[in-house]
Design a protein around this ligand. Structure first.
Ligand SMILES: [Zn+2]
Length: 239
């Protein structure tokens, strides 16, 4: 293996490091954390909207039922009233009984209307609560859309950089013998990052630890033989 191939290997390592950094940046975009917290908030809000909406619908049904009852009793009162003045009877006792009927029906209707008013007020309060929750949800949805847009833009930029790094990686990798590249990749995977490093003096630039000076000397003399490795991190050392 030539020193040119080893230099190419160091460049491959540089491009791998750059790609790792870009992938990490892509995964940890700050907007992603914000998006997650906003999405969680929206889910909570939607549950609240369902709950308040359920209560509102129940109260609205109550309101409608009271309104129907008041109308039907009102119609009965009007009917009884009409009978009273229809001249169907002249008996004071009967007329008195009929008047009492009309009065009772009107009282019932008035009671129902009072209840309906109370229920309507409760329903209006729930409507207001719903409107406020809906507005909050709309704000959150807009914010989520904005974050998704920012994330898409950032991802696009990172992907373009990654494509450049991929191309540069391939160009260098083509200069390296297959077995050396495979050795590098195995070591890089074990090391979670560094598969090859420059030897500067007696120190490995991957782990920043030193190897014995006679070993460093030997590595500097031995270009062309089998690759040398860092005793500490196992990276391929390039003199
Ligand atoms: Zn090392």
């Amino acid at each position: 293996m030539t020193s040119q191939q080893l230099e190419a290997l160091l460049l491959v390592q540089e491009h791998d490091t750059a790609r790792d950094r870009l992938r990490h940046r892509r995964l940890t975009l700050p907007e992603r954390a914000e998006l997650e917290s906003h999405t969680a908030k929206l889910r909570e809000l939607e549950a609240q909207i369902r709950e308040v909406g359920g209560r509102r619908d129940a109260v609205l049904a109550d309101e409608k039922r009271l309104d129907d009852e008041a109308r039907s009793i009102g119609a009965k009162a009007d009917e009884a009233d009409k009978q009273l003045y229809s001249g169907g009877t002249n008996s004071p006792r009967e007329l008195q009984a009929m008047q009492a009927d009309v009065d009772m029906l009107r009282r019932q209707r008035s009671d129902l209307e009072d209840q309906e008013l109370e229920v309507m007020e409760a329903r209006e309060a729930l409507d207001k609560e719903m409107a406020a929750l809906d507005a909050d949800a709309a704000t959150l949805r807009a914010e989520i859309d904005r974050l998704l847009g920012l994330i898409a833009v950032a991802e696009g930029e990172i992907d373009a950089e990654l494509a450049e790094e991929d191309a540069a990686w391939t160009a260098q990798a083509e200069l390296i013998p297959e077995s050396l590249l495979a050795d590098y990749q195995r070591r890089r995977a074990q090391n979670k990052g560094a598969g090859a490093a420059r030897l500067v003096g007696t120190s490995c630039t991957a782990c920043h630890l030193s190897i014995p000076s006679n070993e460093a000397e030997q590595i500097r003399k031995s270009t062309g033989d089998a690759p040398s490795y860092c005793d500490n991190c196992g990276a391929i050392l390039v003199p």
